[in-house]
Design a protein around this ligand. Structure first.
Ligand SMILES: Nc1nc2c(c(=O)[nH]1)N[C@H]1C(S)=C(S)[C@@H](COP(=O)(O)OP(=O)(O)OC[C@H]3O[C@@H](n4cnc5c(=O)[nH]c(N)nc54)[C@H](O)[C@@H]3O)O[C@H]1N2
Ligand SMILES: Nc1nc2c(c(=O)[nH]1)N[C@H]1C(S)=C(S)[C@@H](COP(=O)(O)OP(=O)(O)OC[C@H]3O[C@@H](n4cnc5c(=O)[nH]c(N)nc54)[C@H](O)[C@@H]3O)O[C@H]1N2
Ligand SMILES: [Mo]
Length: 759
């Protein structure tokens, strides 16, 4: 294989997991000098009395199991529990201009922020500031707004329910619904697409359902890297004889084979469990047509032999079947094959397996949601399930794999730019004010507002807004027009360095740390991908005695803004987080009934999921088959020269946090400046594996959006498709290229051109 000669590119022949995973953790821990502290910390992740692992949102069996080993969870914990410190001296030793030249890795690798800092324009440095002075500056800036919509309240999904609830209350009391959040870049097509179909923007399955499914369909997610604890579930299902079908342009090792690092037999014998029974390498963005093809073939099987569809379910529980059948009838196999790059025979094989399945679960991730028509594609997935009544019964259902460990919970408690009327009314009732009804900004809309010079204050509750967003040419410039930027953060990142001259860095406690308040040690709560709410308690000493908890920082700002006579006693809420949970319960009396009591039960509790009981909260009271006239979502815009670039996570990163330079399961070591390509596409352009190339955004009239000097690596990937790492290639994703309905950027189908590197 030509690739073998490229520096840093090797063949990875082992299964995912196994001894490689154990070695990698040892590496991550020793680098962060947390061998002892981190080791202890790890033993408490996802334990009844421990903290919720910040690595991902996959549920833990009742939070009562023995320690669930997970390499990437361990890295996330070690990165937070590091002994490195970004002290005022360490940060103040450099100008911001200097820091901007550092890599994303180097910025975060300074370690944990220890003191509140304020940007000093005279010296171009961050200098210490007292907490009270910092709160007063934020309050002054918010008070000085001409209009509340001049503020943006960004949230990343690591924040707890308690922090998120206070954050949305602060923003709405200021008077805006501008809550751009990481979900807008992630699973918004789920939050937007599923309610029209099944009345609820969340998954319907529980962990137990995986014990009863005989078929698991995996669309566009890479669990070996991004949801490693899911591998245990998939391995058990596979061993039980369940069929697992993977749909992914890249062959991901963990979906092919997995050795569980916790299984002594697999470890000792170097064996592994095959995961996917069949692997379908569809083209980037080909899912909508692939799924419609599967449905077309399923209907053909029904016509030929009967007994395939669940007619009783369709009649009693759904609307729109005939319209869907008509659209599928009209869709040609040529169109399906060309648009998915799967053959009719392959698609019919999937349909045959599906037709015979008694209980099917469909899982999906970012490979599905980050496209120009993603909300519609999510609805096609639901259509497929509805055909056989695969929602709302044991062993069946839809399973969106959420990203950040509490992104779902943040939305539940109100981080949403489009609040429902019921929610707004409840807030007004509980807090006695008129909350804003005009919808606020998504991430993409927030960037537009900043670009237009409308934004005076940006407050970020975690995250790395500008680096996570598309098109840094425009986004970075937009960020530098904001009057005051405020970041509640654990570590320094590039977004913190982009501001319009006034900026505050407010360091907070992480999940792993003890949160001590007036009434004693506090727990926070989080919701996993399957709507289980449970408590999380840190156990490490805080990284610095200056840190405040996220809820305390938000309350500090609010108290400074609204004064001591405010109707909400912000500082009293912080003394005991039970009081915040009581308020959440007051706003959501059904979902969170008995919150404080139930969250103290081992494993917590499950939020109500009507669709899991076949109660459809749609206007018609039925689940809807939804069809979509082809909505011109062709990202290539008919240009055959244009390739579609999908941007993915490596094994050594957490979103914009780059732990290391390896991507072990894809055989990439010590580098990230590569692009995976099909050999024929290279040959056609006179290129070969190992060549240095430039990637140009295809429809960029400014000509500025280029990635230069990457190396091409030949991979088995469908013609016309490329894959590279995020965030290095975000410059190729246009801000205007997003799912029309949800605003989620099309990070997974950026139209690009490839040329030999021009030095
Ligand atoms: N260790 C670790 N864990 C994480 C994260 C992390 O960065 N690191 N991030 C967290 C977050 S916020 C999220 S959202 C999740 C992300 O978890 P995933 O959804 O697994 O994330 P990605 O790496 O973006 O890629 C998804 C997969 O989609 C495939 N893909 C790309 N384009 C397409 C397509 O057009 N169709 C199909 N069918 N597949 C496609 C890619 O090849 C890749 O295997 O993980 C969470 N957990
Ligand atoms: N090209 C491309 N772009 C993408 C994606 C993609 O697949 N491709 N994926 C998108 C997705 S799915 C997502 S979710 C976004 C991620 O967008 P974000 O959620 O904004 O980004 P993160 O990289 O997760 O944020 C990392 C920062 O969070 C802070 N942090 C870490 N822990 C804590 C904590 O406990 N509290 C606080 N207050 N701060 C903390 C640290 O300062 C750290 O630098 O990126 C999106 N961007
Ligand atoms: Mo995400």
């Amino acid at each position: 294989m030509a690739d073998i000669k490229i520096p840093g590119i090797h063949r990875y022949d082992s299964a995912a997991g196994g001894w490689g995973a154990l070695k990698a953790v040892a590496g991550a821990l020793s680098d962060q000098a947390t061998v002892i502290e981190g080791g202890k910390t790890l033993l408490r992740a996802n334990q009844p009395e421990g903290f919720d692992c910040p690595g991902c949102a996959w549920p833990d069996p009742k939070h009562t199991s023995s320690f669930e080993f997970c390499e990437n969870g361990a890295k996330a914990v070690a990165w937070e529990a590091t002994t490195k410190r970004a002290t005022p001296e360490a940060i103040g030793a450099h100008t911001v201009a200097e820091l901007k030249t550092w890599s994303d890795h180097a910025l975060e690798d300074l370690g944990r922020l220890t003191h509140p800092l304020a940007y000093d324009p005279a010296s171009d440095r961050y200098l210490p500031i007292a907490w009270d002075a910092a709160f007063a500056r934020v309050a002054d800036a918010l008070r000085a707004l001409d209009h509340p919509d001049q503020a943006e309240f960004y949230a990343s999904g690591r924040a707890s329910n308690e922090a998120a609830f206070l954050f949305q209350l602060l923003g709405r009391r200021v008077g805006t619904n501008n809550f751009p959040d990481c979900s807008n870049m992630c699973h918004e097509p789920t939050s937007v697409g599923l309610p029209d179909s099944i009345g609820m923007g969340k998954g319907s399955v529980s962990l137990e359902d995986f014990d009863h499914a005989d078929l698991i369909l995996c669309f566009g997610h890479n669990p070996g890297t991004n949801h490693p604890r899911m591998m245990t579930t998939l391995r058990d299902a596979s061993r039980r004889g369940a069929t697992i079908l993977a749909f992914n342009p890249l062959k991901e090792r963990a979906l092919e084979r997995f050795a569980a690092p916790q299984d002594p037999v697999e470890m000792a014998t170097l064996t592994s469990t095959p995961i996917a029974s069949a692997y379908y390498q569809l083209m980037v963005g080909g899912d909508a047509l692939a799924v419609q093809g599967i449905m077309k073939a399923v209907l053909a099987l029904e016509a030929a032999r009967g007994g395939v569809l669940d007619h009783a379910f369709i009649a009693e529980h759904t609307q729109g079947f005939e319209a869907l059948a008509a659209v599928l009838e009209a869709l040609t196999w040529d169109e399906i094959e060309a648009g998915s790059s799967l053959s009719r025979a392959q698609i019919e094989a999937v349909a045959a397996v599906y037709a015979n399945s008694q209980a099917t679960i469909l899982c999906y991730g970012m490979g599905l949601t980050q496209h120009r028509n993603a909300s519609s594609t999510v609805q096609q997935l639901v259509n497929l399930l509805l055909l056989k009544g695969n929602i709302g019964r044991p062993g069946a259902g839809i399973c969106p794999l959420r990203g950040h460990s509490n992104v779902q919970g943040d939305r539940t408690v109100g981080i949403w730019e489009k609040p429902s009327a019921a929610f707004s009314d409840a807030l007004d009732r509980v807090f006695g004010f008129a909350s804003p009804r005009v919808y606020g900004h998504t991430v993409v809309e927030a960037i537009a507002a900043m670009e237009a010079g409308q934004t005076k204050v940006f407050i970020g509750l975690g995250g790395n807004f500008a680096v996570a967003a598309p098109d840094p040419v425009r986004t970075f410039a937009a960020m530098e027009k904001v009057g005051l930027t405020v970041h509640v953060a654990t570590k320094l990142n590039r977004t913190h360095l982009l501001h319009g001259g006034a900026s505050l860095l407010l360091p907070c406690l992480g999940r792993t740390e003890i949160d001590m308040q007036a009434s004693g040690r506090q727990a926070v709560t989080v919701e996993d991908s399957m709507s289980m709410v449970h408590a999380s308690r840190g156990l490490n000493a805080p990284a610095s005695d200056q840190l405040k908890s996220e809820p305390a920082i938000i309350a500090g700002i609010a108290a400074a803004l609204f004064g001591p006579d405010d109707s909400v006693d912000w500082l009293a809420l912080i003394e005991d987080y039970d009081r915040i949970r009581d308020l959440i319960e007051a706003v959501f009396p059904e979902a969170f009934a008995g919150y404080n009591e139930r969250v103290r039960q081992p494993g917590g509790f499950r939020l109500p999921l009507p669709h899991a009981d076949r109660v459809w909260k749609t206007p018609s009271g039925k689940a809807q088959f939804l069809t979509h006239v082809r909505d011109g979502a062709d990202a290539r815009r008919g240009d055959p020269e244009v390739l579609l670039l999908t941007t993915v996570r490596s094994h050594d990163q957490y979103n914009t946090t780059i732990y290391g330079q390896d991507d072990r399961y894809r055989g990439v070591f010590g580098r990230r400046d590569i692009v995976f390509a099909n050999a024929l596409d290279l040959a056609e352009r006179g290129l070969s594996a190992g060549d240095r190339i430039d990637l140009l955004a295809a429809f960029d009239t400014g000509g500025e959006r280029v990635v230069r000097g990457f190396t091409v690596v030949e991979r088995e990937i469908p013609r016309g498709c490329l894959a590279a790492y995020y965030p290095e290639t975000n410059i190729l994703v246009a801000l205007d290229d997003h799912d029309r309905r949800s605003g989620t950027p099309a990070y997974k189908s950026a139209p690009v051109r490839l040329r030999a590197h021009q030095g």
